[in-house]
Design a protein around this ligand. Structure first.
Ligand SMILES: O=C(O)CCC(=O)C(=O)O
Ligand SMILES: [Fe+2]
Length: 362
């Protein structure tokens, strides 16, 4: 695991009604967000600007969905890796599963998804409305973080275009302890390939977040109003390495099921490092790139490299020899065959529990 563990999570309250742009409270919160992202690569948002029942209802919706038989869940095919059905098993038992709902903030996409999962049910409205309301709430939180971060770098002129070009993936995840009673450590340390990821969950612990500057693992303490906001590989490149993408993993020991909700933002516009991010201490480190191109590239690298953010450097990094001419890396293949909110290792075989891991659509 590496590093020590500590309990003092960096928590930032993002739901104060008085926190309007331009106020002192906004400015100090904005500065805390930037500081935490640069120091740790993540922070915990205390956020309650949504109906309290939404956490409960998205949890019920997840259970209902993930309880479907595997032959139904695999129907959620998506040519974008990590957007479909993901499963890992131990002793032939699924111990980790995830289903992605691409563009879940769009009700039509939720309807398309639910009619695939429940073709015989005429009434999927409740499921659709729940996941859609949940994704919209998460998108608001993500956009609040983007607004604050961009402003903290005096880059607010890019905010609206960035938000308009954002695409969101909601992934509903379920974890159980291994059949032999051992803790589930299948979800190994990795960085997400998103711009920003937001993780939220039920009451079962297990998520660990590594602090970039402290080299310490923090166990996330769940609550319905606590969200782990973490930097993905794309924001690392955009920020010219001022914000490093966050290594995180799941180690869960409970006999009770752990459910979590991953919300991942991706950028449709070309991503290029603003010149304000470059100075003599921070020479330009990345070429402009397409997010989908980065995701597609990650799909081509060897399994043991996928979890590592260093691959972003390999894709669009500027090395001493390439710094002379900054030409963008190739765009993604058409139609886009990219993506994923994560890049967990696909075949993390460990002799102790004979992991057999199957990932669909990745
Ligand atoms: O279950 C969690 O809390 C983590 C999920 C995650 O890291 C991912 O889906 O990339
Ligand atoms: Fe992740």
């Amino acid at each position: 695991m590496g590093g020590n563990e500590t309990q003092d999570l960096p928590v930032i309250n993002l739901s104060d009604k008085n926190m309007k742009p331009g106020t002192e409270l906004w400015n100090s919160t904005r500065n805390s967000v930037r500081e935490a992202m640069e120091h740790h690569g993540w922070f915990v948002a205390e956020y309650n600007s949504f109906p309290a029942e939404l956490h409960k209802s998205v949890l019920e919706a997840s259970k209902e969905l993930l309880d479907l038989p595997p032959e139904v869940k695999v129907k959620n095919e998506n040519h974008k890796a990590g957007h479909g059905y993901i499963t890992m098993s131990s002793d032939d038992q699924p111990v980790h599963e995830g289903l992605g709902i691409d563009q879940a903030n769009d009700i039509q996409q939720c309807r398309r998804f639910s009619s695939l999962m429940w073709p015989d049910h005429h009434n999927n409205d409740r499921f659709c409305e729940t996941v859609n309301a949940y994704a919209k709430m998460q998108a608001e939180l993500e956009q609040l973080v983007i607004r604050m971060l961009f402003e903290s770098y005096n880059l607010e002129r890019y905010t609206e275009k960035h938000i308009r070009g954002s695409r969101y993936l909601l992934r509903l995840l379920k974890y159980r302890r291994l059949p032999n009673g051992e803790p589930n450590r299948k979800f190994i340390s990795h960085t997400d390939k998103s711009f920003i990821s937001i993780l939220h969950q039920n009451h079962i612990t297990g998520l660990m977040l590594k602090s970039e500057k402290e080299d310490v693992w923090y166990p996330f303490i769940p609550s319905p109003t606590k969200f782990a906001v973490i930097a993905g590989d794309a924001i690392m490149a955009w920020s010219n390495d001022r914000i490093k993408s966050c290594y995180h993993k799941v180690e869960m020991e409970s006999v009770e099921m752990r459910y979590s909700f991953g919300f991942f933002s991706f950028q449709e516009n070309m991503i290029s490092t603003p010149e304000e991010m470059v100075d003599k201490d921070h020479p330009l480190a990345y070429k402009p790139f397409h997010h989908d191109g980065l995701l597609a590239f990650y799909e081509t690298v060897e399994v043991h490299l996928k979890a590592h953010r260093t691959m972003t450097k390999a894709y669009c990094g500027i090395t001493a020899s390439s710094s002379e001419s900054v030409s963008p890396p190739p765009p993604p293949p058409q139609p886009s065959s990219s993506s994923s909110g994560d890049s967990r290792e696909k075949t993390a075989s460990r002799s102790s529990d004979a992991i057999s891991q199957k990932i669909t659509n990745t």
